[in-house]
Design a protein around this ligand. Structure first.
Ligand code: NI
Length: 396
């Protein structure tokens, strides 16, 4: 057994918590965005090295790193935390609020890093009792930059037999772990549609081709993809988030640009919705004498698939360690995207949601300028990681 008793594990985690909280606050003060996480990467590398863990650096453009410990020639479990902050001005007013203007840990990745470091420190102290190797993956650029895909392409999953990720989730109660077997989080595409019309005086529309009116038709047309082309049993979202056209109230511009996102839960629906966006944009434009070009960002995210066997393993491990109440199966998938999907395309595993909703008062949502990772959930997160390590591989 990895730990002689659950009581001993509880005591060790409790003793470590003040230091982990402090570390989380330190990371929170210094948020760095996609692929610029150099200071953050140095702090994690220091922490892991001090704990006695072998560190390899320089992944995904430089800031990604992995730590590894455990017996050779045994199954390898990978645990992953993301490292990047967001381009948001923090408004929490906290003593440890961001010290970098326009940057903020508004998605709780500071909490994810701190929890994984805490688990790594405990695992390292008990390395001689491990039955598996443990790879701690710290990944840059999760926010719209698909850092996870780069990490996987650079081989961080080589030899890995099970992979787990975890994200704090303010919709779920503090300290409870939620999991959904099968497709659990959406694939995301980002698109830009450029409608080419013909500019003219606003008083003489017959002299031009108005791209603004066509853009309005395209926005409404796109809303019929989900309502008229998709089965209600196959969730999808199409949202236009930006329209840009024109500079003056009395003139019709040459072109209009729309950009938006598509969210789908399976590779099949992803393909279907993408092609419908293209068809509706180009068809609507041509029926109004204009042309449209549609571009999908190459940084798209795959739908996230939780392996049912790995979900069952995680459920047993977490319930054994934390008690039956600590684990719940989620009713619904999330239409948010997560680049841990790229890990799960290569290796069986699962992505866990750690509840962070405070029992009293409001809990600001992810990406809010008032967001702060809930320190009261750190303990459950560390225990969750330790329970997976302790139970892997399952015997009998
Ligand atoms: Ni996030």
């Amino acid at each position: 057994m990895f730990f002689s008793s659950q009581k001993r594990m509880n005591a060790e985690v409790a003793a470590l918590l003040p230091q982990i909280m402090e570390f989380r606050h330190r990371l929170h003060r210094h948020p760095e965005i996609r692929y610029e996480e150099h200071w953050t990467s140095d702090r994690i590398a220091e922490y892991l090295a001090e704990a006695g863990i072998t560190v390899k650096r320089g992944y995904a453009g430089g800031t990604g790193l992995i730590g590894e410990i455990g017996p050779d020639n045994s199954p390898v479990i990978a645990l992953r935390a993301d490292m990047d902050g967001l381009e948001i001005e923090e408004k929490t007013g906290l003593a440890y609020a961001s010290e970098i203007s326009g940057r903020m840990h508004a998605c709780g990745h500071d909490g994810h890093m701190a929890m994984l470091c805490g688990a790594a420190a405990v695992v390292a102290r008990h390395a001689k009792d491990l039955r598996c190797r443990v790879r701690f993956i710290f990944q840059p650029g999760e926010e719209m930059a698909a850092g996870g895909r780069r990490m996987v392409e650079e081989g961080v999953l080589d030899g890995v037999t099970a992979a787990f990720g975890m994200h704090g989730w303010p919709e779920f109660p503090e300290g409870t772990v939620y999991l959904r077997p099968g497709y659990a989080m959406a694939g995301a595409d980002w698109f830009t549609i450029t409608i080419q019309g013909k500019g003219c005086h606003g008083a003489a529309p017959e002299a031009g081709i108005d791209p603004i009116v066509i853009a309005a038709h395209v926005v409404l047309g796109l809303q019929t993809i989900v309502s008229r082309e998709m089965s209600p049993c196959k969730p999808a979202v199409v949202s236009v988030g930006r329209i840009q056209a024109g500079t003056a109230a009395n003139s019709i511009p040459d072109n209009a640009t729309l950009s938006g996102t598509v969210r789908t839960l399976t590779p099949e629906t992803q393909k279907k919705v993408r092609s419908a966006v293209e068809r509706i944009a180009t068809g609507t434009a041509s029926s109004h004498r204009a042309t449209a070009s549609v571009q999908f960002d190459s940084n798209h995210y795959a739908p996230l698939y939780n392996d049912p066997k790995m979900c069952a393993f995680a459920r047993r491990a977490i319930q054994n360690a934390l008690g039956g109440e600590a684990f719940r199966e989620a009713d619904c998938p999330s239409m948010a995207a997560e680049d841990f999907a790229f890990y799960l395309r290569q290796t069986p595993g699962a992505f866990l949601w750690l509840g962070t909703r405070r029992p009293m008062g409001d809990t600001p949502g992810l990406h809010s300028p008032f967001f702060d990772f809930n320190d009261a959930a750190l303990s459950a997160g560390i225990h969750t990681w330790l329970s997976l390590v302790g139970a892997y591989p399952e015997t009998g």
